[in-house]
Design a protein around this ligand. Sequence first.
Ligand code: SF4
Length: 307
Amino acid sequence: MSRLKLCSYSCVYCQLGRTLRIEAEPRSFYKTEGITEQVRTKLKRATDKGALVDYLTFVPDGEPALDANLGREVEVLKTLGVKVAIITNGSLLWREDIRENLRKADWVSLKMDAVSEGTWRKVNRPHRSLKLETVLQGMFKFAQAFEGELTTETMLVRGINDDRGEIKSIAGFLALLKPNKAYVATPTRPPAERVTPASEQTINAAYQIFTERLGREVEYLTGYEGNAFACTGNVQEDLLSITAVHPMRQDAVSELLKSAGNGWETVRNLIENRSLAELEYQGKKFYMRKLPVHSLPQSQLSKDKIR
Ligand code: SF4
């Protein structure tokens, strides 16, 4: 059962289900004052309990840029003394007013799943008024002027946007955006349609291609909480924690094992119990934490109506 959401996309992997009302024109939803008061109360409750709040993040049921008051809301929330983050699909950034709204945030994440028209229509299923070229130009303009922290998120779905050609083209476009960090992701919770996450092999290849092309930080989001700097003293836990965020090359794994006084049987055990995957990219071996198991059949995809 889908919750009602408003979005300019209807992504095949959306965890909120299909977009029943697909819209591309921003409008007002809430009174800014009401939101500020609610957030102020919750923030106080959290900090009273000793919680450290780094960011207030706009993650609505749908696309936050569709809220015409977003810029004003960001401004008033920033008076609470906490940074503001927005997770957006970026599809409306071709509009000056939307770029202006998002520019006020401290941290913005843009969705970047495809740069070829057919693939974009299959994976993001945009509102019929949107054109890919205009959307990409809008993202580029935004990235050039944005002074906060910019990140991107690329969700890879098997058989839809996970071929090497598309991944290389996405990497080329990301190199123009110059994000502070690029995330490679794959659906890890039950999505809108019956889709299958990209394989570990593909996630690793995307990670390597993005890293080579962008020359900056790349991480993956595959549903595990990872810590790339983990050092718990338990080498198995450290390996799983690090490889939940990025793949490790064979020589880096050897170093880690050596520093803990362990041998390769640690890795062999993790592979045998299906916690770790051994992958190859350009003749080198890499290790990555296995994706959570919830692959779904793809039979539904051919029946999907592409908007
Ligand atoms: S942009 Fe986000 S909210 Fe909108 S359909 Fe895609 S995943 Fe769902």
